[in-house]
Design a protein around this ligand. Sequence first.
Ligand SMILES: Cc1cc2nc3c(=O)[nH]c(=O)nc-3n(C[C@H](O)[C@H](O)[C@H](O)COP(=O)(O)OP(=O)(O)OC[C@H]3O[C@@H](n4cnc5c(N)ncnc54)[C@H](O)[C@@H]3O)c2cc1C
Length: 408
Amino acid sequence: MPERIVIVGAGLGGARAALSLRERGFAGEITLIGDETHAPYDRPPLSKQALLDEPDPRLIAPLEALAQADITHIGGVRVDSIDRAQRCVILNNGISKRYDKLLLATGARPRMLPGLRRSERLLTLRTHDDAVAIRERLTPGARMIVIGGGFIGLELAATARWRGLAVTVIEGLPRLMARAVPAEIAAVMEARHREEGVEILLESAVAAVREKDDEIHVELQDGSVVAGEFAVVGIGAIPNDELAAQTGLLVDNGIAVDRFMRTSDPDIYAVGDCCSFPAAIFGDRRIRLESWRSAQDQGTLVAGNMLGGRKPFVDVPWSWSDQYDLTLQVAGLATTTTKSVRRDLGDGAFILFHLEDEGRIVAASGIGIGNAVGRDIRLAEMLIAAQAKPSMAALGSSNIKLKSLLAA
Ligand SMILES: Cc1cc2nc3c(=O)[nH]c(=O)nc-3n(C[C@H](O)[C@H](O)[C@H](O)COP(=O)(O)OP(=O)(O)OC[C@H]3O[C@@H](n4cnc5c(N)ncnc54)[C@H](O)[C@@H]3O)c2cc1C
């Protein structure tokens, strides 16, 4: 049994793992090191409520709870390197911390436009402090430019419209959320954004960004210019895998782990946005997720494995996005599919099931007001996990209960 466990990254995956170690009865030393100064908090509200009426971060574990669980939280400090021979991590304040087992839960950081840097007018959104900087600029009547039509950019657009800003979304591809959801669902969301007054520029590549007096100008490749008081870049995230790479661990679109979340060093594990893992239900295809639930579940699971367990991570990927009063949800991996069938749920809500050639259901995505699609997506997740091959007719018919397909 290990005596000292060090966790790098005090976000969702790291905090969850620390708490879970104690819940499992681990009595040794747990050190949770994070470069942010706040206690571990949830990121999903940052593009939503945190910009409206939640000034404080929504904590996963307050500092008192960590102390009560005898978890040493070291905040505001970066781990600069890992010495695998000495089994220790070296912090940017010069201190080193020894480990028997090490967990990397370093998350991801926003991708920036090539050749540009963040500034007071060119922002990104990953941390609570980023959200505070954006919130300060959300004054009614201001013009916000969102570069990138993915989940975070669009959530931000919806929130800013609520606050009365003029919003322009610039997207390079022919449609919104192209990496995340099928066209039919993106179309519903696009229509809603336009109805709410968001200007959406598709197939529009950014050529240059210039800051001029108190404005920012985004020049597009067709020569047109979009002007605003500030712009937020939401063009994806890059896994924080440099620490692992520097110490010679295998990296492949993030820190490469096996089904047990173990890296190429058996004493070092990784979870959450920073790692890629073989997805058991998709023929061990290596994937990296940026999803709240995966980070949370991997954090819980890895705690058991660091204590000698051997439980594989087999969960079906699931994520959601809230924009206005609409929520979309995606389970499974929608991009691997060739056929889809639609099930209408009433009041405009619907689910698309995605099937592989031989009829296996591999993904489901849905959209509706509030949690309209929640229950059916949950059942779809179970169908995906069971590798079910229901008939397309049955999936498409709202008269046939999904539960009955699961039983079959
Ligand atoms: C604005 C926003 C909205 C989101 N909304 C949704 C949503 O609606 N639905 C959904 O499913 N998911 C959403 N997500 C994604 C979800 O929040 C992430 O998948 C989740 O936070 C990942 O957890 P993690 O522990 O892997 O990484 P993180 O929560 O990013 O934690 C990693 C921590 O490690 C720190 N760190 C990195 N390197 C070091 C180092 N060398 N030393 C010390 N500390 C280090 C980082 O600063 C960070 O604090 C959203 C994310 C963002 C940013």
